[in-house]
Design a protein around this ligand. Structure first.
Ligand SMILES: [Zn+2]
Ligand SMILES: [Zn+2]
Length: 292
């Protein structure tokens, strides 16, 4: 038996736990795609990795506690905006002293991630301090570029690369590699037409590209009150980047909270007209990539 959550040998498995950007959206109008904020779980080589700690992470935490096996999880934060960390405080494994939780994210100093998480749990904001969490935490601020090795996993690596494609603080892109398979996680990136060159190069030939696709063309390009410069892509930009990078499959991600299921379906059709193998990610979507 491997680490909790490891269900398949020789495959990389993805599961979407939260696909929404900015803030959660519960309610009837989002039942099909889901309302939780960003979180994707990856299982491979006997390990569980989570990408971002939006409210989707809370459900993953409950599942992990139900499973037998070792108690280790690695959480990669694309950046520290609220919608990417708000689930961490309710992630049950951090309250268990038999759990080990690794956290990685970008920052300007070696202590950025730890300091920011500590501040997010200041006693005026939350009743439990970071130092009071029972799990064994290892918190690392990643440099601009790094290949992260996962202890105990021989064939699994996570390439992290910092990008300026998000305003002010930038964002970390992640590329997960496992036995000839690759998945790129690129959320909260904004690209001009044709895409940011660094994102395209980073995603080149990946089997799966999970890409920010928050806005419609109208929202982004409207003459007034448009969303250009807010750090997110349109669906069209995401599809063009997928085509340019020659990925196998595009998953539209970080859906705008104002988009109901009908709107997301409409945007999925638009993406397919540009890049055929496109799909709007939904909560519960699971993909399995067999190792080569
Ligand atoms: Zn976000
Ligand atoms: Zn952000």
């Amino acid at each position: 038996m491997g680490v909790r959550g490891t269900t398949s040998v020789g495959a990389l498995q993805l599961r979407f736990w939260g696909v929404r950007g900015s803030h959660p959206v519960p309610g009837k109008s989002t039942l099909r795609f889901g309302g939780n904020s960003s979180c994707v779980a990856v299982e491979a080589d006997g390990q569980v990795l989570a990408f971002d700690a939006g409210t989707g992470l809370i459900g993953l935490g409950r599942l992990l506690l139900q499973r037998p096996g070792k108690s280790v999880v690695h959480i990669f934060l694309s950046h520290l905006h609220h919608d990417h960390i708000e689930g961490l405080r309710y992630f049950e494994p951090v309250y268990r002293d038999d759990w080990r939780v690794y956290l990685y994210g970008p920052g300007s100093s070696p202590a950025t991630v730890e300091n920011t998480l500590r501040r997010s749990m200041d006693q005026r904001l939350f009743p439990v301090a970071l130092a009071e969490l029972q799990a064994r935490l290892s918190i690392r601020t990643l440099p601009k570029r790094e290949v992260v090795r996962i202890p105990g996993a021989r064939n699994l690596t996570v390439h992290a690369q910092f990008s300026r494609a998000h305003p002010k603080v930038g964002v970390m892109l992640f590329r997960i590699e496992y036995r000839g398979r690759s998945v790129v996680y690129a959320t909260d990136v904004e690209g001009p037409k044709g895409g940011h060159a660094d994102v395209v190069a980073f995603a080149r030939n990946a089997d799966v590209l999970i890409h920010d696709s928050q806005y419609t063309d109208h929202e982004y390009f409207a003459a007034q009150r448009n969303k250009a410069g807010w750090g997110h892509s349109t669906v069209r930009m995401a599809a063009e980047i997928a085509r340019e990078a020659k990925v196998g499959r595009l998953l539209l991600y970080h859906h705008d909270p104002s988009h109901d299921d009908k709107e997301v379906l409409h945007l999925e059709r638009l993406a397919r007209s540009i890049f055929t193998n496109s799909q709007a990610a939904f909560e519960g979507l699971t993909l399995k990539l067999r190792a080569r």
